[in-house]
Ligand binder design. Sequence first.
Ligand code: ZN
Length: 120
Amino acid sequence: MSPEAVKEELRRHHDLGHRVIPMGNCDNFDYQKGCQGHSDDTEIKNLGIPEAKPEKPFSQFNSADWDNYIEAATKTAIRGAEQALGHEVDTVIKTFMGMCIRASILSIRDQIVREMAKNN
Ligand SMILES: [Zn+2]
């Protein structure tokens, strides 16, 4: 799904007055308050959310390392959301999460590059 298709879907929800949108095929959803929980929530929440950790210091990352890190971080975030929610995350949300994570990691990366330049 393209970024433009995701934005279009988000605009559609906005125009319908939805404050929040379901992350997946949620059968207990309120468009103002969100997921209202599921019967197996306790068990699911106990699983916890694993963190994506880099394999080497950011200062040693090349462009392929950044791509791999962003991909791993996105997968981890989606897996964590699915564990917390108790249902699979929708493609629109997956793409949206990927876009947000990519934007935030690339901005972190820019900050690291700036810090490294300052110290040299
Ligand atoms: Zn739900």
